[in-house]
Design a protein around this ligand. Structure first.
Ligand SMILES: Nc1ncnc2c1ncn2[C@@H]1O[C@H](COP(=O)(O)OP(=O)(O)OP(=O)(O)O)[C@@H](O)[C@H]1O
Length: 298
């Protein structure tokens, strides 16, 4: 389990992470979402003792990371897959980690197999690795010590669709065996499929958090109509949040409620459906637009 309590980081006048509190529980994949510059990496660096918090704290498995003896045996961390020594082979990178962790020599081939890197690829220098291969190597390093917790910053970056599918399966399996997974992304769709819980962050602050089911379930409907402004007006008059967007209306009302409002106001509906994941995306864009750095809103 990972717990952050009022985690805050200031760089001079700039607050990169602002009072962030959440729990990533064991047996679940928690998606840590936010636009570029939202503060995800800084928060993860604080969780792994690479950056001291200005205030607040992060506990991993009940302790601050720096107090965990041989932390690599408990917490697998991949913060920047491109930060590996490019002059070493993938195998050398992993053998060094294995030595630091006090692992036997079988650990490296097992980790390579787990991330789908062949022995031949492990003999190549990292400089000749694609970004996707570096991600796999970074993940192999994180998994090497057979940890109970994974903290991964944008692990799907550079992976092809098959690689993304593979990564999801691996993380799902890890969580299903009782592990804790925290993974960051600036792409909702990337984490939506695999995450059980979502924490959304914008401009250093948490803007929404909860189970995926909760966040999806509470997001109302999308309706298309021959007169979207009239439909939105009818919904607002009935006490629901509603916003027209060209011929569509996004609303917090359920599909039943939209149907009734349309009937009562005599507006023709051309499409009506629960917002589902579109609703989550809508919410993500809305929530993060206000908090995104200039030029990052979408
Ligand atoms: N060492 C530092 N000194 C000053 N500002 C910093 C430092 N590290 C991060 N920041 C700032 O803190 C903010 C949050 O950065 P962070 O890298 O945590 O965001 P992020 O959500 O991980 O973004 P991305 O998806 O682009 O990696 C940014 O505005 C960044 O410029």
């Amino acid at each position: 389990m990972i717990v952050t309590e009022n985690l805050t980081k200031r760089y001079g006048a700039m607050t990169a992470v602002d009072d962030v509190s959440f729990v990533a529980r064991a047996g679940a994949v928690t998606g840590f979402l936010g636009p570029n510059g939202a503060g995800k990496s800084t928060a993860m660096r604080m969780m792994t003792a690479l950056t001291p918090p200005t205030s607040g704290r992060a506990l991993v498995l009940g302790r601050e990371y720096r107090d965990i003896p041989n932390p690599g045996r408990h917490v697998g961390v991949m913060l920047d897959a491109s930060a590996q020594h490019v002059g070493r082979t993938g195998g050398e990178v992993l053998r060094l980690v294995a030595m630091q962790l006090g692992l036997g020599k079988d650990a490296v081939p097992a980790a390579l197999a787990r991330v789908g890197l062949s022995a031949k690829e492990a003999d190549r220098r990292v400089r000749n690795y694609s970004l996707g291969m570096r991600q796999r190597l970074g993940l192999a390093g994180a998994l090497l010590g057979d940890p109970q917790v994974l903290i991964l910053d944008e692990p799907a970056n550079g992976l092809d669709p098959q690689g993304i599918h593979w990564m999801r399966t691996l993380l799902r399996d890890f969580a299903d065996r009782g592990g804790t997974v925290l993974l960051s992304s600036h792409l909702l769709h990337e984490v939506e499929i695999v995450a059980d819980e979502l924490v959304m962050i914008g401009n250093g602050r948490i803007v929404a958090q909860g189970s995926k089911a909760e966040l999806l379930g509470s997001r109302g409907s999308i309706a298309r109509s021959l007169d979207a402004p009239a439909l939105a007006g009818a919904l607002v008059a009935a006490g629901f949040e509603a916003r027209p967007d060209r011929d569509a209306v996004h609303t917090a009302a359920s599909t039943d409620e939209v149907g009734r409002a349309a009937l009562a106001s005599g507006v023709v509906l051309t499409e009506l459906r629960a917002a589902g994941s579109d609703g989550l995306e809508e919410m993500f864009l809305q929530l993060t637009a206000d908090h995104a750095r200039e030029g990052d809103a979408r």
